[in-house]
Design a binder for this molecule. Sequence first.
Ligand code: FAD
Length: 265
Amino acid sequence: MITSADVVVIGSGAFGASAAYHLAKRGARVAVLERLGLASQTSPRAAGLSSQVRATPSLTRLARRAVGKLASFTDETGQPLRFTQSGALKIARNERDAEQLSREVARGAAAGVEIDFVSIAEAQQRLPILGARGIAAITWSPTDCNVEPSELPIGYCRAAEKLGAALLPHTPATGFEIGAGGVEGVRTPQGTIASKCVRSGSTLTAMPWNDTQRRSRTPMAAILSSNPKPLSGRFTQTPTRSSRRSPLTLKAARVRMSHSSRPAT
Ligand SMILES: Cc1cc2nc3c(=O)[nH]c(=O)nc-3n(C[C@H](O)[C@H](O)[C@H](O)COP(=O)(O)OP(=O)(O)OC[C@H]3O[C@@H](n4cnc5c(N)ncnc54)[C@H](O)[C@@H]3O)c2cc1C
């Protein structure tokens, strides 16, 4: 096993694999630790829907950029990714949800995402199975897309590997070596990989937390920013927000499949 890396990425899902690829592309020596099979957990099980208008302007801009990345994924990485820009209808069933759609249309316009209200008749042209009852408002976003989710993380893993990243499946991160300045290495059952930079590839859930680490005020690791310059900082749990009820989203491509054998999602 390799003994040092510029960056150790923990987890090979969509987030970790993407981080590994983009870091390797910028010339970093990257090691990807994956406790199970490569790209085998949540990411390949997602529905693969990519709506662009999100809860905040910055998330909306980020999602818009992500759709651009998905569209050019194969050209950029050389890896296959089934990508369908089917567009999305979003249906509000009451006035409160219709107000949410109004805010989404405004947010989309501000971020340059195509989205607007359509009539029920227009929506039915795109989705003939749509009934007319119980609908307060409908939006149509023509550039929303969906992808085959199993191909994304493994594609980024393989592309990162071609750029020199070391992929280490069945190799869990079990702890950190901590020095005066922060992280100095990541422990695994096969040995320690010396590195001053660790990137959790699992929205921080990959980190081998214990109570001492949680309470510690010692910098635990460096998290890369996108430039990619290491930022000192402690890992903290991302606060969870209670999920709010959202208007229903229907993807045209998925619905078309429901005419044959698969249910609409
Ligand atoms: C049913 C379902 C449908 C979804 N649909 C959508 C959708 O339509 N659109 C959308 O945008 N999102 C969707 N999501 C959400 C999306 O799948 C997740 O946000 C995304 O996959 C998270 O990626 P990840 O890389 O953080 O996690 P994962 O893919 O789970 O990757 C994390 C990896 O870290 C590894 N790991 C954990 N701890 C360690 C350790 N100590 N050492 C080494 N490796 C470790 C795990 O084994 C795992 O492989 C859906 C999710 C589900 C469950």
